[in-house]
Design a binder for this molecule. Structure first.
Ligand code: PMV
Length: 316
């Protein structure tokens, strides 16, 4: 049995995070500049059933049966074995690495599970189709997000810009005019599960206000789809700013995110917002080829620990 390799990209949410958990539409795109990789090598000399898991980024080196039930890497593996009804797979080592920062709104959890599910199902002779990969990775997302919408596993599995609403078939966006985004990392790690739980708590106590904010975010995503597909950048930028204001009202932004958003706009970004769970992690700014360098300088001067430039285009 040869070694098997699979990878999955990161992602950002252009419109609709949090509201998407409550059934409103959202738009996400893959970010191929960062990715997670899973490599599986057979251990023909070890007894069947023994699975070694190595993940240097989180200093993990353990046998599968030593990992607790809710461990995301173990869950990814166990989901595949259960789907294939395999209890004693050939002995193997799974090595997971990722360049996607953890807890930063770039979909690291979903990318890792998608890469593992793809590699392991292929290694066992039954490469899963995308819809099955996405569905199993959604099960793992429950560990990361508590009540995930399913947007992360969808955009990362399919690797295309998606218009996503919970319980509806995924739609892929037709981007005819490429546009450029600068992604700026506050360096503050903020586990999505905590922010999603806080939003839920507030929704339970202030449901009218939160429902209004979710509706507003959903309307922005709908209009945003037209702006993305029609190449209307001024509108796209305005909608990003509007979405950021809504997320501030939801209380999921932070001083660091607001500072980077503000700095990017002052430096000439067409629009900017936080992206993902919030309270830390990454923001995104819509830029032109002319303004990108100034925007990058501005957000770095305001504390961004890393920046990524990504172009969303017909082939993305
Ligand atoms: O993984 P993150 O931090 O990008 O968050 C995903 C977006 C949320 O809407 C906050 C959660 C979800 O499951 O949709």
């Amino acid at each position: 049995m040869p070694a098997i390799y699979a990878s999955a990209p990161g992602k950002i949410i252009i419109f609709g995070e949090h509201a998407v958990v409550y059934g409103r539409p959202a738009i996400a795109i893959p970010v191929t500049q960062v990715n997670a990789k899973a490599v599986i090598t057979p251990n023909p000399l070890s007894p069947p059933g023994k699975i070694r898991v190595v993940a240097p980024d989180i200093a993990l080196m353990a046998d599968l049966d030593q990992l607790p039930a809710g461990h995301p890497l173990a869950t990814s593996i166990r989901c595949v074995l259960a789907s294939l009804k395999i209890s004693r797979p050939p002995s193997l080592t799974l090595r997971v690495t990722s360049t996607i920062p953890l807890a930063a709104g770039l979909g690291s959890g979903a990318a890792v599970s998608v890469a593992i599910i793809r590699a392991l199902s292929a290694f066992l002779g039954h490469p899963f189709p995308d819809d099955q990969v996405s569905e199993l990775s959604f099960q793992v997302e429950k560990i990361h997000h508590g009540t995930p919408s399913g947007i992360d596993n969808s955009v990362i599995t399919y690797g295309k810009p998606v218009f996503f609403a919970r319980g509806k078939p995924i739609e892929f966006l037709e981007v005819t005019h490429p546009f450029m985004l600068v992604i700026g990392d506050t360096g503050v790690r903020s586990p999505t599960v905590e922010v999603v739980a806080d939003v839920r708590q507030r929704w339970l106590t202030e449901s009218n206000l939160m429902e209004r904010l979710f509706d507003a975010a959903g309307a922005v995503a709908l209009e945003g789809r037209q702006a993305v597909e029609g190449g209307d950048y001024p509108l796209l930028g305005q909608l990003m700013n509007r979405n950021h204001a809504i997320l501030q009202e939801m209380n999921v932004s932070s001083l660091d995110l607001d500072r980077l958003v503000e700095a990017s706009l002052v430096a000439g970004a067409v629009g900017a917002k936080l992206s993902g769970g919030g309270r830390g992690g990454n923001m995104i700014a819509l830029v032109t080829p002319e303004s990108s360098a100034k925007v990058i300088d501005a957000i770095q001067a305001n504390g961004a620990v890393r920046t990524i430039v990504t172009t969303v285009g017909p082939r993305n």
